[in-house]
Design a protein around this ligand. Structure first.
Ligand code: NCD
Length: 325
């Protein structure tokens, strides 16, 4: 895997001292192991600073355009919070129906407009490859906040940071992903990112919601041990990280198929009895019925802490692409 590519718009000197400066964040495939170590070091510093002073002026005067064509609570608000905690500001466009998009404006044109006013653009869009398309036209960095069923790289980065902060390591762990592995973009990105580590992966899903074949091939090519299952029982006792996902209702063409599979797995205190005492349960959220609220008080339930780690990772990403970390 190669390091982040050079940006033709920037002087070479800047790229040597600040290798992330001006870069797009489109896919987890662009990162090396060393990139992640560096990012998580900065994210950890962000955590310390937020705990110490709350808000500081690293990105004072910088503007983020937050362009969401699909619903979001955590991703959009954590990018806003990240920007504001660093002293910057945000142009929020989450109701694209009130923007020129509803007049038929293309994504490249919308992005080319917003970059006249902003220094960085965070984009969520229902189509695979939309972030890469936007980046092709934009001079300012594009951060992919979810491109349909494709990738969600910043979520995978915060997921990995959560594992590191909670369990102290990634190498040697057994990670089980559960639920909708076909349409869940977070597990696509996370599996790819975990292939940089020495881990064992278990994929548990109904047959029709299995991890896509191209991702399994990538894992195979990298020699990552993985196995596929339709029930959790056999793999739960060995699991260090149980990553639960929502069945992605909005991706199903036939609502009956969604209805038939939405409650296949439900995590609750009873189901979790055979699990290790020292392990964590994660979820990118929102959850619907796949984790019962009775489990929330369990110390292994890491999904609310996971959201907070997201703030620090997104602060680090913004500071890095804007050349300030
Ligand atoms: C996820 C997403 O949008 O892909 N949510 C998030 O960003 N935290 C997962 C989901 O919607 O189920």
């Amino acid at each position: 895997m190669t390091a982040l590519p050079l940006n033709p718009h920037l002087p070479l000197g800047d790229q040597r001292t600040a290798p992330w400066y001006g870069k797009d964040i489109l896919s987890v495939r662009q990162f090396t192991h060393d990139d992640l170590k560096f990012l998580f070091g900065v994210a950890h510093e962000m955590r310390v600073m937020v705990e110490r002073v709350g808000t500081f002026d690293l990105l004072k005067g910088k503007i983020l355009a937050s362009l969401f064509y699909e619903p979001s609570t955590r991703t959009s608000s954590s990018f806003t919070a990240a920007m504001e905690r660093l002293g910057g500001s945000v142009i929020p466009i989450s109701e694209v129906k009130y923007s020129s998009v509803s007049k038929g404006e293309s994504l490249p044109d919308t992005v080319r407009s917003l970059e006249c006013y902003a220094d960085v653009i965070v984009l969520r869009h229902p189509e695979i490859g939309s972030a890469a398309l936007a980046a092709k036209y934009a001079r300012k960095p594009i951060i992919n906040a979810g491109d349909g069923v494709g990738e969600h790289p910043t979520q995978a980065l915060l997921d990995l940071f959560t594992i590191l902060e909670e369990l102290g390591k990634v190498d040697g762990l057994t990670i089980t992903m559960l639920g909708d592995l076909k349409y869940g973009r977070t597990v696509h990105s996370l599996s790819r990112l975990l292939s940089l580590y020495n881990v064992k992966l278990n994929f548990v899903s109904p047959d029709i919601l299995k991890m896509p074949a191209d991702i399994l091939e990538e894992l195979q090519a990298k020699g990552v041990p993985f196995s596929q299952h339709t029930t959790l029982d056999a793999v739960l006792p060995e699991t260090d990280v149980l990553y639960v996902t929502r069945v992605q209702k909005e991706r199903f063409e036939n609502p009956e198929i969604y209805e038939a599979h939405k409650n296949t797995y439900v995590i609750n205190p009873g189901v979790m009895r055979p699990a290790k005492e020292k392990m964590i349960v994660m979820h990118p959220l929102p959850r619907v019925t796949e984790i019962g609220i009775e489990f929330d008080e369990d110390p292994r339930a890491a999904y609310f802490r996971q959201m907070e780690y997201g703030l620090y990772v997104r602060m680090a990403l913004l500071a890095l692409v804007l050349g300030k970390a």
